[in-house]
Write a protein that binds this ligand. Structure first.
Ligand code: PMT
Length: 397
């Protein structure tokens, strides 16, 4: 999580620097403090005032003519940062950093720093792949500097190829990953997310309102905390988090089968999905035609497997975390499910609330075990994911 983190954003003079204020903005929205050091060539593209406004801090360009708080500026900036992120990083700054040249504010701060450093290159394909630049990148990697990928696209110079800087949201995601302690390192998580769909014919299906946000937040945070995550997801339209293994499924039976493939090996199974309890008894290979061969006024249903209950009864060393989506008697029904499905923990959410449950970015949940109930305040699903994972970590130990 980026709340309270101190990020020093170094901006160098590639055309992608017009996107860098967006990085500032996203970081601040996530609660980070941002200071910016620009090279002189960057000021040809974007003014310091833009970064000053977006970072809400003094922007540093010149080496010698600024003395704020009577600090030795390049040293105090270097000490202040939890991470230094250069975005975009030109071939010039990569070359200077790799070879120990410090002839302006940014390269001097880099030289004076013991913090983590992340480089988001942005340049023409030939420059990126040049022998000199690749050698410099290799040198920096060997020193533990995090070098981000680039995108392959039509570049500002009209060449098509690699070298386009990652998007601000991707860079912020990588900063979050780099700053997250790896306290779940090596643990294997299986997380289910989203709805399932139960088909009637090639056109129609029965489903529910789950967006996948809660399960994806859990997968994202578990992965950033070092876990190996298999995310098994029903149909969703949100961005897929970076996980070791992503499995797309449609029906509850598909989800049941996929969980079965990974269950024995996993340490933790989190059932954040909303699987359909019932499916249409009969599936028609052809589209069911109104008024022709069938009566659509009723649909005969049959029960799906209860995935959590089945694997809850099979678990040996695994921790099983379930969810309860309830509209009445939330705590009582959640406790019943905890016991019936042999779960170690259940997260109860009241789906009648407009700021929690299906589709929202926030949730209001109670985390229940056989020994305790924690009624949590409203928070983002990402924050709730960390609350859940903190408790899972305790159970694992
Ligand atoms: O995806 P979002 O839009 O972010 O919404 C999140 C959520 C509301 C879907 C999520 O927070 C949630 O509550 N998921 C559980 C929804 C649900 O199916 O609840 P349930 O009370 O019917 O099921 C209890 C538990 O058994 C759940 O862990 C469920 O995954 C599991 N189950 C249910 C039915 C079934 N056939 N197999 C199961 O494993």
């Amino acid at each position: 999580m980026l709340k309270g983190k101190k990020i020093l954003l170094g901006v160098t003079g590639g055309i992608a620097c017009y996107k860098s204020p967006g990085i500032c903005s996203l970081l601040r929205k996530k609660g980070a403090e941002v200071k910016v050091v620009m090279t002189k060539s960057t000021t040809e593209f974007v003014t310091p005032l833009t970064f000053q406004t977006m970072s809400n801090n003094v922007v540093h360009v010149e080496m010698f003519n600024q003395l704020f708080n009577m600090d030795v500026e390049h040293i105090s900036l270097a000490k202040w940062a939890d991470i230094i992120v250069i975005a975009p990083a030109t071939a010039n700054i990569i070359g200077k950093f790799a070879n120990g040249i410090s002839d302006d504010m940014l390269s001097t701060v880099l030289m004076a720093s013991r913090s983590k450093v992340m480089i988001a290159p942005g340049m023409n394909t030939v420059m990126l792949n040049s022998v000199a630049n690749q050698k410099n990148i290799q040198t920096l990697k060997e020193r533990g500097v995090i070098i981000l990928d680039t995108q392959t696209d039509l570049l500002a110079c009209n060449d098509y190829g690699s070298g386009k800087m990652l998007e601000p949201s991707q860079i912020v995601d990588e900063i979050d990953r780099a700053l997250t302690p790896k306290d779940l390192e090596g643990k294997k998580f299986v997380i289910t997310a989203g709805p399932t769909v139960e088909a009637l014919d090639p056109v129609r299906f029965i489903t529910n309102r789950s967006s996948g946000k809660m399960g994806y937040a859990l997968a994202e945070r578990a992965e950033k905390r070092g876990a190996k995550v298999t995310l098994i997801s029903g149909p969703t339209s949100i961005d897929i988090p970076k996980v070791e293994n992503f499995v797309r499924i449609k029906s509850t039976r598909d989800m049941f089968d996929e969980v079965g493939k990974y269950f024995d090996e996993c340490d933790v199974l989190i059932k954040a999905a909303a699987p359909a309890d019932y499916r249409p008894k009969n599936y028609s290979d052809e589209k069911i035609k109104k008024g022709h061969d069938s009566d659509m006024s009723s649909i005969e249903m049959e029960q799906n497997p209860d995935i959590a209950k089945h694997y809850g009864n099979q678990k040996k060393h695994q921790i099983l975390v379930g969810f309860a989506a309830e509209s009445t008697n939330v705590e009582e029904f959640a406790k019943e499910k905890l016991a019936k499905k042999n779960m170690d923990m259940i997260v109860a959410n009241n789906i009648k609330r407009t700021d929690g449950g299906f589709g929202t970015d926030t949730n209001v949940a109670s985390i229940i075990t056989s020994a305790s109930i924690d009624n949590l305040e409203i928070m983002s699903k990402v924050e709730l994911a960390d609350e859940i994972l903190d408790r899972v970590k305790k159970l694992l130990s």
